[in-house]
Design a protein around this ligand. Structure first.
Ligand SMILES: [Zn+2]
Ligand SMILES: [Zn+2]
Length: 204
């Protein structure tokens, strides 16, 4: 799938127009192309994203999810909490990976626009920024040559060990909710979930 096909569904998922999500979309597509693989229908790819949780342009990760098919739900995207925007995309089957990072100039160019200076940095939510202000930025990212906005590594070897996948579950003796087996805890004669155990042991 190309950028045009993915942009509208990505916008629906993401919720507002901003420059960071399209940046992630383009980056994800560039990573797939360099690796020579398709978007992950299942868990064949893994994306390691370097963003943290408490800073600008984390919207970026939603674009990466849409492009690569590495999603929170499938569990094949991980946040590295480094406060950067690089992404390592791993092709698990062939044990190869690529790291793509937005060029600092490209990220700084976004920050020097009215979108950031006059709106976002003053606490105005992205959805309330006038369309003409944000559209300009979105269009610029959509049409920029890949090598003008990203550094793309050579493909390198990456040893991948898939963690065990649990299909087993049990019903918590206290709350009656279904719990995945390895997350079960013993509480006296009962088998319970983590929150129920914590509640029970923290009672005075
Ligand atoms: Zn956004
Ligand atoms: Zn419980």
């Amino acid at each position: 799938m190309n950028y045009q096909e993915l942009y509208e569904p990505a916008l629906l998922l993401h919720g507002h127009k901003c420059p960071a999500m399209p940046m992630g979309l383009r980056l994800g597509l560039a990573a797939l192309e360099k690796l020579g693989v398709d978007r992950a229908k299942d868990g064949q790819l893994e994306a390691l994203v370097e963003i943290g949780v408490d800073h600008c342009a984390t919207c970026f990760a939603d674009g990466v999810q849409m492009a690569t098919g590495c999603t929170f739900g499938k569990g094949n995207i991980k946040r590295l909490n480094l406060g950067k925007w690089g992404v390592t995309l791993i092709d698990k089957k062939n044990m190869r990976a690529v790291r793509v990072s937005p060029k600092a100039e490209a990220m700084l160019a976004n920050k020097e626009t009215d979108f950031f200076q006059k709106y976002r940095m003053k606490g105005i939510p992205a959805s309330e920024v006038p369309l003409e202000v944000v559209q300009l930025l979105v269009d610029r990212i959509a049409s920029a040559p890949t090598d003008a906005i990203f550094n793309i590594s050579e493909v390198f070897d990456y040893t991948w060990k898939e963690p065990p996948h649990s299909f087993d579950s049990f019903v918590c003796d206290l709350c009656g909710e279904l719990v995945v087996e390895p997350y079960g805890r013993i509480l006296g004669a009962q088998k319970v979930c983590i929150p129920c155990r914590e509640k029970a042991v923290s009672k005075p």
